[in-house]
Design a protein around this ligand. Structure first.
Ligand SMILES: Nc1ncnc2c1ncn2[C@@H]1O[C@H](COP(=O)(O)OP(=O)(O)OP(=O)(O)O)[C@@H](O)[C@H]1O
Length: 794
């Protein structure tokens, strides 16, 4: 069963933190901010936050726009599930887990939901063209930029979701960057500063260039533009046509040039005001920063030189030695973009053949110049983030795995920063570490997130079911981002005039006097102790050097005091951070375990399927073996039959075939007869064997019953013998009695002798134990049955 998470208007999370508090909490992280479960928990969308009237700071939620790209032809023909992203209205989108997605599988197991609802600042469907998209998203931000507000726009999404298309677009459909350039140049038209001798320096400073340096700048720009000489002509044609169409579509007339000047500027001031536009283009690839406008070193083996990210005295990050090119119109700027694109690291992945594996950042700096003085430097950065896909999905290996790891890491840090910012804002008591410094990307944009500008995020998604799980992850990330409240400081703070320094950061001598403020800032810079800079300082006049030494001594003391306090704070923060990191890694491990478990389960299922198939195959083979060698598959048999028929059709073969077949028939008959005979013999043998067996059994039974009878007879004979012996003795005894009575009637002497004789005989006869006759009789009676008994056995 699916559950619906409605993230709309669940709670309001604004607490009004001051800028300082935000900046000082850049250490520590609440564990598990990016954990899926927590992400969805955090996915409570606050209502639009209005400005606090009591404060001069402006507050607004981070604007998060969703752009859904149309299906490509291939996707339409590949029968992908097309119903997983449903746009409910201009602010709400519904995500429905398609079949086969990990989300659906988990929800079926009772973990997570199959249906998710997200709300955005504005949603743009697949049929939104580039012009309408620009109008509805960052056009307002570009106008604010012209008024002096720094801006950052970044696109986020899985690979192939349309991030580069949204930022750069094509020649036919220019993206937000060419359109923003058009707006900028439309507004500075006729008010451009052409000298090229004021150039952006460090984070938001400006340096004066001498005529030689200006010359160098011009030739460097010409060299870059000449790289695109051929393409230029083509581009300028198409670009001029698109530029011509912009004013009507963008309604430039609604914004006057005056809006680029401060309201405090008088008409005379406005007359004097001039604007210079400088652009840079760099990429962050594998956590290294590369200038995309530096000519690539010749030869394959030569590596590009990575640039350093440094910080100025105010803690703002900048890229040291990054090239800045002065441009006079949007066509020139687009050519610069094209040169940079050529250098951009693009490598094929499984999911997108020309996927960008780096974060690329195009920055436009606008210098507001009054006479020879730079009043303000404003910055607009458009960041095309690398695809947010995860390594296991894209099946990345080796160098690609390293890339993916770095991409995922910097996006993870970005997510952590956003989550920590949001977390700190939701509870003022919480002062969680915001890990801006853990990746180059977040380090460079820290100042924007800390109130020195306005950021907005464009979430690009495709509607493919195959990337649903990643798309859901992206949505959850953006749901957290949408809750971040940005604090924009009052103009008085923001519009501090940039420092004017000479080449290599040397303090500028104005009217022969050292600018102490600029000097202080200069001395605070991170690169103060660089050998190069020390060398540079040695060429200053002796008096200046003494001043510097004095100032340095004072600074050193103040610095020591500050460091002591900072050390205590840092130690505490580091302790907290370590603990939190431990907890975080614990969470990461458990998440990895869950993923591993899932993948093993999948492997197990696959192995089980393989075994099943193997068993089936084995059973089939056994069946085939049973059928034996005679088995011929049906199609082979038919093919053989056809061959035979073809041969039979030949007349010369028919004769030999007849002879062969008659011989074969005779042989076959003989074989059959022999087989029948064998069969009959076998049957006879079997029946005879059976008969013998039966007879044996009968004989056995007869023998047993005979033995029983013999035993019985023996017993009877014994009885009989006893009986006969007894009767015989009795009869004899009676005979003797008769004889005795007869002898008593004869003469007394003769009778006496006879009587004695008879008495002896009688005793020997009637006493069988004593008498031999009795014994003989009994023996003869007993032996008779014994001899009888043995006979049948023979
Ligand atoms: N809104 C759109 N309308 C028409 N086609 C689009 C749109 N968005 C993107 N595409 C097309 O989709 C493809 C991928 O877009 P794209 O290269 O901008 O993606 P990506 O997110 O930048 O990818 P990666 O992160 O890999 O660089 C391109 O061919 C692009 O022309």
């Amino acid at each position: 069963m699916s559950t619906l998470i409605d993230l709309t208007d669940e709670c309001t999370v604004l607490v009004h933190p001051d800028l300082e508090a935000m900046q000082s909490t850049c250490n520590g992280l609440h564990p598990g901010h990016l954990h899926d479960g927590l992400l969805s928990e955090l996915s409570t969308i606050s209502s639009i936050v209005s400005s606090d009237p009591s404060s001069c700071s402006e507050q607004q939620q981070l604007k998060v726009y969703l752009r859904v790209r149309p299906f490509s032809k291939e996707e339409l023909s590949s029968d992908e599930d097309q119903g997983c992203i449903v746009l409910e209205n201009t602010k709400t989108v519904l995500l429905q887990a398609p079949k086969g997605s990990a989300t659906l599988k988990s929800s079926e197991k009772g973990v997570g939901q199959a249906l998710h609802k997200f709300s955005f600042s504005k949603i743009f469907g697949p049929d939104t063209n580039q012009g309408r998209f620009f109008e509805g998203t960052i056009k307002a931000q570009v106008l604010d930029y012209l008024e002096g507000k720094n801006a950052l726009v970044f696109t986020y999404g899985v690979t192939n979701a349309g991030k580069t298309y949204t930022i750069q677009g094509s020649q036919k459909d220019p993206g937000i960057l060419p359109q923003a350039l058009d707006v900028i140049f439309y507004h500075v038209k006729g008010k451009q500063y052409d000298q090229m001798d004021l150039k952006p320096y460090l984070s938001c400073d400006v340096q004066y260039l001498n005529p030689d340096e200006v010359k160098q700048e011009r030739s460097a720009k010409a060299a870059i533009l000449s790289l695109l000489k051929e393409e230029n002509d083509q581009y300028s044609k198409s670009s001029s046509s698109t530029s011509a169409s912009y004013p009507s579509s963008l309604s430039f007339s609604s914004v006057s040039y005056d809006q680029t000047a401060d309201s405090t500027d008088t008409a005379a001031d406005r007359e004097r005001l001039r604007f210079a536009v400088w652009v840079s283009f760099y990429e962050i690839y594998n956590e290294c920063v590369y200038d995309l406008l530096q000519p690539l070193p010749s030869g394959k083996a030569r590596k590009r030189g990575a640039l350093r990210v440094c910080e100025d005295s105010s803690g703002n990050s900048y890229i040291r030695d990054l090239r800045w090119i002065n441009v006079h119109n949007s066509e020139e700027a687009c050519k610069i973009l094209k040169v940079g694109n050529k250098n951009r690291s693009a490598a094929s992945t499984k999911m997108n053949q020309s996927s960008s594996r780096s974060h690329s950042i195009f920055t436009i700096k606008l210098l507001k110049i009054d006479g020879t003085e730079v009043q303000r430097v404003t910055e607009l950065s458009l960041c095309d983030l690398a695809g947010s896909e995860r390594c296991n999905k894209t099946k990345t290996f080796g160098e690609r795995l390293k890339e993916a790891g770095n991409i995922n890491n910097s996006l993870l840090i970005l997510g952590k920063c956003i989550a920590a910012l949001r977390h700190n804002q939701s509870d003022r008591m919480k002062n969680n570490y915001i890990p801006f410094r853990e990746s180059k990307l977040t380090r460079l944009f820290q100042s924007i997130f800390c109130g020195k500008g306005v950021a907005s995020m464009i979430v690009n998604v495709n509607q493919c079911a195959s990337t649903y799980d990643e798309t859901l992850h992206v949505m959850k990330f953006s749901a957290v981002a949408k809750q971040v409240v940005q604090i924009i400081p009052p103009k008085s703070l923001e519009s501090l005039a940039p420092r004017l320094v000479g080449k290599d950061g040397k303090p500028l001598l104005r009217n022969g006097v050292i600018d102490t403020e600029a000097l202080d800032s200069y001395l605070e810079e991170e690169e103060l102790l660089d050998e190069e800079d020390e060398e540079d300082m040695s060429i200053l006049p002796q008096e200046d050097l003494l001043n510097i030494i004095e100032s340095l001594k004072e600074k050193l003391l103040a610095e020591r005091r500050r460091n002591l306090v900072q050390e205590i704070e840092i130690r505490k923060e580091m302790g907290d951070a370590m603990l939190q990191q431990l907890m975080e890694s614990e969470e990461l491990r458990s998440r990895q375990m869950a993923e591993l478990k899932e993948s093993y389960q999948e492997k197990l299922e696959n192995t089980f399927e393989l075994y099943k198939d193997a068993l089936k195959e084995h059973a089939y083979q056994c069946a085939l073996e049973r059928v034996g060698e005679e088995y011929v598959p049906m199609d082979e048999f038919i093919a053989e039959q056809e061959k035979v028929e073809v041969y039979l059709a030949l007349p010369w073969l028919q004769l030999s075939w007849l002879a062969l077949s008659s011989g074969y028939e005779a042989l076959y008959e003989a074989k059959c007869a022999a087989e029948q005979l064998c069969e009959a013999r076998e049957k006879t043998i079997k029946s005879l064997e059976k008969r013998v067996k039966e007879l044996n059994e009968t004989l056995q039974e007869a023998g047993e019953s005979f033995m029983e009878k013999v035993d019985e007879i023996e017993k009877l004979e014994r009885k009989l013998a006893d009986k006969v012996g007894e009767n015989f003795c009795n009869s004899i005894a009676r005979c003797f009695e008769i004889l005795e009575s007869e002898s008593s009637q004869e003469s007394p002497s003769k009778g006496k002798v006879k009587k004695g004789l008879l008495a002896n005989i009688k005793e020997s006869v009637t006493s069988p134990r004593k008498g031999a006759l009795g014994r003989t009789l009994r023996k003869s009676v007993r032996t008779a049955p014994m001899s009888l008994k043995k006979k049948p056995m023979n």
